[in-house]
Design a protein around this ligand. Structure first.
Ligand SMILES: Nc1ncnc2c1ncn2[C@@H]1O[C@H](COP(=O)(O)OP(=O)(O)OP(=O)(O)O)[C@@H](O)[C@H]1O
Length: 447
């Protein structure tokens, strides 16, 4: 029988109400975490990666019980965290520790290092001061500091040393899970590497599971056995780190990878997003949440243009929607000049607009050609909303209508590798040809 995961998360949601007025009437919700499921196995390192605002920190805080979930469940060592109270709650607080990005947030400047690291021991009932001091001295040595540092203050240490102290503070109570939220983003490259080595060493030495939260794929690649990629509150892909990063199946994972400097020039072809704006999590896009930025967004069935031209049309459409057009592609609405066809309006013509968005060639699909031309004319006249409507009506992708289910990732380049993992993308999931690979999670956002 396989051992139960140390931490198991199912259908986790954390929504923050947006309120207005004196009565704080709820007018909307920030869907920071929106149906996330994963397991952290004992002793493993699981990485959650995603851009800023994707919901990583909220996931971490909800897992640790620092935030109440809106829905879903977190189990720690089999027990629902929301039901723990008294001694059980205290024990959970000991066994699940948080390390934050800025160690200054975790260290009181008026406390010596010895007091800071001993504090959790005292809180958890070790009253013997001499014994506490001996344990702390030992832990400090294990994290690469000296037992002689006990009576020094935080300001006497560098950023990297302070992060070692906060690791010691987490370690001193023998946790089973450490949640490390961007533990190295405030550090320079050399110190970052040392801290990652230290976390890796203590994980193995003490058999502690680590949930790594990072926007940095290199940190996850280096430190984690498995990876979960988060976008706008959902997990879109997950699997063994090596496998996922060697053969990313979700276009968002490819986009993340393409932003990491690489020595391999072929990696540059991985993908650039169609638009830069990350949508607001209080009003996420319909269907696949990544579709307005996705370089692989699926073309309408009845569209007859080459794939590359479709990508340019989709880029045009979603840039209009996101208000990201280059200045040269929008006319001045106040202008009195007529707007039809190639006519000049506000110093722009439809031809100029089409050139600016890379669609100057006539499209061979007549309906698509008419829509692009009409939208360009509206933009030349400065009417972005009208252009948006025309493009949305003419070029609707299945990706905005259907929510992708998590399906098994396709077998990668190296078929011998452990290919566990799932991806939530209609490019893989249409027609239901693939089956989920793991029973991690319970549905919608399982990956
Ligand atoms: N207390 C809060 N009230 C309202 N919205 C919040 C709150 N905390 C987070 N959010 C919003 O939830 C979304 C997810 O935030 P979160 O900090 O979890 O993302 P993240 O992936 O950790 O990003 P970062 O690395 O920037 O912290 C963001 O849009 C954020 O503005």
């Amino acid at each position: 029988m396989t051992e139960e995961p140390i931490c198991s998360v199912r259908g986790l949601e954390k929504h923050y109400p947006i309120t207005r007025g004196l009565l704080r009437r709820e007018v909307g919700r920030v869907r920071a975490v929106d149906g996330v499921s994963f397991d952290v196995e004992r002793g493993e390192a699981l990485g959650i990666v995603g851009e800023s605002g994707s919901g990583k920190t909220t996931t971490a805080h909800t897992v640790l019980g620092l935030e109440e979930p809106t829905a879903g469940e977190v189990r720690f060592d089999g027990d629902p965290v929301s039901e723990l109270s008294g001694d059980e709650r205290r024990d959970f607080r000991r066994r699940a520790q948080l390390i934050v990005q800025d160690p200054n947030d975790a260290l009181d400047p008026r406390m010596t290092i010895g007091e800071a690291v001993a504090e959790p021991l005292r809180i958890h009932g070790l009253d013997d001061a001499d014994r506490r001091r001996a344990i702390v001295a030992d832990i400090l040595e294990r994290v690469g500091l000296s037992g002689d540092d006990l009576d020094r203050y935080p300001h006497e240490f560098s950023g990297g040393e302070k992060q070692r102290i906060s690791i010691a503070r987490a370690l001193v109570v023998s946790p089973d899970l450490i949640v490390a939220d961007e533990p190295t983003s405030a550090l320079d490259a050399r110190v970052r590497s040392e801290i990652l080595d230290l976390l890796d060493r203590i994980r193995r030495e003490f058999d502690i599971a680590v949930l790594f939260i990072s926007h940095d794929l290199d940190v996850i690649r280096r430190s984690c056995d498995r990876i979960a990629v988060m976008y706008l509150g959902e997990i879109v892909e997950r699997g063994a780190t090596e496998t996922v990063l060697a053969d990313p199946a979700h276009p968002y994972t490819r986009v993340l990878l393409s932003s990491v400097p690489s020595l391999d020039p072929t990696d540059r072809e991985l993908g650039r997003p169609l638009t830069d704006t990350v949508p607001n999590p209080s009003d996420p896009p319909s269907g696949c949440r990544f579709h307005p930025r996705c370089p692989d967004v699926i073309p309408p069935d009845d569209l007859s243009v080459p794939e590359e031209t479709w990508r340019t049309i989709a880029g045009f459409r979603f840039s209009v929607q996101a208000g990201e057009l280059p200045e040269s592609a929008v006319g001045d609405r106040e202008s009195e000049t007529p707007t039809s066809g190639d006519g000049d309006a506000g110093g722009r013509t439809a031809t100029e607009v089409r050139r600016a968005v890379g669609l100057s060639e006539e499209l061979r699909d007549p309906e698509a050609e008419a829509a692009v031309e009409d939208a360009a004319a509206e933009l030349a006249a400065g009417d972005v909303d009208a252009a948006d409507e025309i493009l949305a009506a003419a070029f609707t992708s299945v990706c905005e209508r259907e929510t992708p289910a998590a399906v098994a990732r396709p077998a990668g380049r190296d078929a011998d590798r452990d290919a566990t993992g799932t991806v939530s993308c209609l490019r893989h999931g249409r027609g239901g040809t693939s089956e989920p690979a793991r029973s991690d999670g319970d549905g919608k956002n399982e990956s």
